[in-house]
Design a protein. Structure first.
Length: 233
């Protein structure tokens, strides 16, 4: 299992609540720190993050693991899906409180100006200098100093982090567990938004859990382990 933390998270990451229960259940677990951690603020491009995750998968293969599942929280869920779609060699996905939808942020106008500013900076050879650009987490906009060339990879509505494109890019049906938080004020994507765009697998499930966005991993431990043990591998 590779656990992928969420946007703006800091150690101990929310998804780390799964680490000990998974280890006790017999799973090897890796927990990389990724570029969307609060202390890193997108200091590496999205494609480099996918390469990092693919490297974690390879490390588990070399340790003797025959099946590798990516378990992502928030933006980490999107990265798990993107890794499966764009790097392959993944056997299953657990997507907890999926977050960071570039196509929605752009459609709602949250990132329109920042995308234009980032594209202009890149076109004029200034893509590597950090500038204030808008990020949004759980409806909370915040200006972060981000490299424009990195920003486009994470936020372009047709870029490598966009959910519809990655769902449609999957060429093989994978077992997937989608757990969406069900708490007052949440606006998580419905089942038609992405789940039904991936190749169907008989073990795939989409469920709501009574939890906040941040607490979804801790609240989902038993569900995740039960689902994993029932996979017919």
């Amino acid at each position: 299992m590779v656990l992928l933390h969420g946007k703006w998270d800091a150690p101990p990451f929310a998804i780390a609540a799964l680490a000990d229960p998974l280890a006790e259940a017999g799973y090897l677990v890796r927990q990389p720190m990724l570029p969307w951690a609060l202390r890193r603020r997108y200091d590496a491009p999205f494609d480099a993050a996918l390469d990092q995750i693919a490297g974690e998968v390879l490390a588990l293969r070399e340790a003797g693991c025959r099946r590798i599942v990516l378990c992502g929280h928030s933006l980490g869920a999107g990265a798990a899906l993107a890794t499966a779609a764009r790097r392959g060699h993944v056997d299953g996905l657990v997507l907890l409180a999926p977050g960071h939808f570039p196509e929605r942020l752009a459609a709602d106008g949250h990132t329109t100006a920042s995308l234009a500013n980032a594209a202009h900076a890149v076109a004029n050879g200034r893509g590597q200098a950090r500038v204030p650009l808008v990020d949004v987490h759980q409806g909370q906009p915040r200006r972060l100093r981000i490299r424009p060339d990195h920003y486009l990879g994470y936020f372009a509505p047709d870029g490598p982090a966009a959910w519809p494109g990655n769902c449609q890019r999957l060429s093989t049906a994978l077992p997937m567990l989608w757990l969406v938080e069900d708490a007052p004020g949440t606006a998580a994507p419905g089942i038609d938004y992405a789940f039904r765009q991936v190749p169907p697998h008989p073990a795939s499930q989409w469920r709501r859990v009574t939890a906040t966005h941040h607490d979804t991993p801790a609240s989902s431990t038993a569900i995740v382990i039960d689902w994993l043990t029932q996979l017919d591998w």
